[in-house]
Design a protein around this ligand. Structure first.
Ligand code: HEC
Length: 224
């Protein structure tokens, strides 16, 4: 009976903790800002995000902590898909993702050299990166012709303006969310695996709890 109570109370506490976490992630920072809520176990989204990244971002930004062949392995791509769809430089599959742009050129052209994006979703959070990509708008007073609602005065040009014009709002949100999902995966490539293993570990511990409680009862019944 006591065991049953302990389990019920633990489940209840976990539920409260979980709903609190969900609430915290719903924090909104203003008009038209969306919560990313991306899913790194969604391989289709990661594949689309990787395609978008290498077509529109890799010219300026590196992902120096990840290699092309690791992306291919995690995203279920074979070597020819990798070479055809993701590698647009002289890089080999075993190379890290390094942009061809020299940092000195970056700062000369944009006033700031484009940062490496390997850990950007961890330092800024997925919501911020998502809204940064979604909220460029035309501004003739800016040197790049555009400004951004999530990072006012940014020196990054609106590189997605054509995509933004061609897609409707919902499609564009999905397009940028796929990039964020991909960047989130890059920031911790093992995270889907970690979560999957975590669930099994908790299940194992719960089953183990039942057995050890039975054993405890059995051993102590003669003493009590
Ligand atoms: C033409 C070069 C160029 C391209 C292409 C480009 N960026 Fe940038 N990006 C920059 C520069 C320059 C900065 C530094 C901006 C700043 O700090 O104001 C930057 C900054 C960023 C930041 C950091 C913003 C922050 O919060 O500090 C993110 C995230 C980002 N870019 C994502 C992307 C993504 C995703 C793409 C592809 C869709 C992309 N960029 C394409 C030049 C580029």
């Amino acid at each position: 009976m006591k065991l049953f109570k302990t389990i019920t109370v633990s489940c209840f506490l976990l539920l409260i903790l979980y709903s609190d976490l969900m609430k915290a992630s719903e924090g909104n920072t203003g008009d038209n800002f969306l919560v990313a809520n991306n899913d790194v176990s969604d391989v289709n989204s990661l594949q689309r995000g990787a395609g978008n990244f290498f077509n529109y971002c890799a010219g300026c930004h590196s992902l120096k902590f990840i290699r092309y062949n690791q992306i291919a392995e995690d995203l279920d791509l074979n070597e020819s898909q990798l070479v055809q769809n993701l590698i647009f430089t002289q890089a080999k599959p075993e190379d890290a993702v390094i942009t061809n742009m020299l940092p000195s050129d970056g700062s000369r052209w944009f006033g700031k050299s484009p940062p490496d994006l390997s850990l950007i979703t961890r330092s800024r959070g997925t919501d911020q990166v998502y809204n940064f990509l979604r909220t460029f708008y035309k501004d003739s007073t800016s040197p790049t012709g555009a400004d951004n609602r999530a990072l006012p005065g940014t020196s990054m040009p609106n590189v997605l303006w054509l995509v933004q014009e061609q897609l409707n709002e919902k499609e564009f949100d999905q397009f940028t969310l796929d990039i964020v999902n991909f960047l989130d995966y890059v920031s911790e490539p093992i995270q889907s695996e970690r979560k999957r293993i975590g669930i099994w570990v908790i299940l194992f511990l719960l089953v183990f709890l039942v057995f050890s409680y039975g054993l405890y009862k059995d051993i102590w019944k003669e003493v009590h």
